[in-house]
Design a protein around this ligand. Structure first.
Ligand SMILES: CSC[C@H]1O[C@H](OP(=O)(O)O)[C@H](O)[C@@H]1O
Ligand SMILES: Nc1ncnc2[nH]cnc12
Length: 296
């Protein structure tokens, strides 16, 4: 953290299905960023918007070559951290699990249920164990900015909602979709975990704009989700997504104090391994994301 706890934000944007670039950036440059966990999904696009430093990452890579289960989530988040990112806005296509959240609607997520089973979920490992809080997994400070700007732009949006993260790549069975509805979930997608928990481990504030593209497969009056329907609705959503991004970057980019929700201090009381029991090789790697507490 910079001196006197004044943060000069760098805004990270993770673009999901159908969002592989970002318009309007000045001083644009695609650059490769290597991390101790390997390469991220693609080069990162560095630039400025109204003077605010931004870094864009196409989550699945340009052209969408990487499926959700094969994304190197650790490299993606580490690359953003290494690039100085303090605040991430995740943009994701999702299926709706509620009648009142139709295609075209945006949900500013506040909870996750993580049903993924194959993914590496932590930067920490044998030789340095950490347990961060995920009680409130998304940054409410960024959520406030997203909510205010969807209202100002007249975008149909809901503040709060649970995103069910499934492994994929196949879409859900109807029985699964109905089960998640009984759990009270709002939307379903395949990517935001462990992305959000790794961002928290890296002490980066993270919020999700879930853009509804379909009614999954439970709605009797709507067709079952297909890739075509997702991409068509994302194209229809894209003007709203672009307008929202352009509005929130300047709002999030102002100099500020530490995050009022404490996301940027998530590791403060999280590491349990005694200094003498730590693995020096792992500590060296971890410094890329946890240098604040482990010594840069
Ligand atoms: C192309 S439909 C399924 C695909 O779309 C969502 O991706 P993202 O969150 O990156 O927008 C969903 O999670 C699946 O990966
Ligand atoms: N119905 C759905 N299930 C999983 N991921 C999605 N992404 C967009 N729609 C989806």
């Amino acid at each position: 953290m910079s001196q006197n706890d004044v943060v000069e934000p760098v805004i990270g944007l993770i673009g999901g299905s159908g969002l592989y670039d970002i318009e309007g950036l000045e001083e644009k440059e695609w650059r490769h960023v290597e991390t101790p966990w390997g390469a991220p999904s693609d080069q990162l696009l560095f630039g400025r918007f109204e003077g605010v430093r931004c870094v864009f990452l196409p989550r699945h890579g340009r052209g969408h070559p990487i499926p959700p289960s094969r994304l190197n989530y650790k490299a993606n988040i580490a690359a953003l951290k290494i690039s100085g990112v303090t605040d991430i806005v995740s943009l994701s296509a999702v299926g709706s699990l509620k009648e009142e959240l139709p295609p075209g609607h945006f949900v500013i997520i506040d909870q996750f249920i993580d049903r993924t089973i194959w993914r590496e979920k932590s930067f920490f490992d044998t030789g340095c164990v950490a347990h961060i809080s995920m009680a409130d997994p998304l940054c409410p400070r960024i959520g406030d900015v997203l909510e205010a700007n969807t209202k100002a732009l007249g975008i149909s949006a809901t503040r709060g909602g649970t995103y069910l993260v499934m492994e994929g790549p196949q879409f859900s069975t109807r029985a699964e979709s109905e089960l998640y509805r009984t759990w009270g979930c709002s939307v379903i997608g395949m990517t935001n975990m462990p992305e959000a928990s790794l961002a928290r481990e890296a002490e980066i504030c993270y919020a999700t704009v879930a853009m509804v593209t379909d009614y999954d497969c439970w709605h009797e009056e709507h067709d079952n989700v297909t890739v075509d329907s997702v991409i068509k609705t994302m194209q229809a959503n894209s003007a709203n997504a672009k307008a929202l991004v352009k509005a929130v970057i300047p709002a999030l980019g102002q100099k500020r104090e530490l995050c009022s929700a404490g996301c940027d201090r998530a590791l403060e009381h999280a590491i349990i391994t005694a200094p003498e029991a730590r693995d020096p090789a792992l500590i060296t790697k971890l410094k890329a994301v946890a240098g604040r507490v482990l010594g840069a």
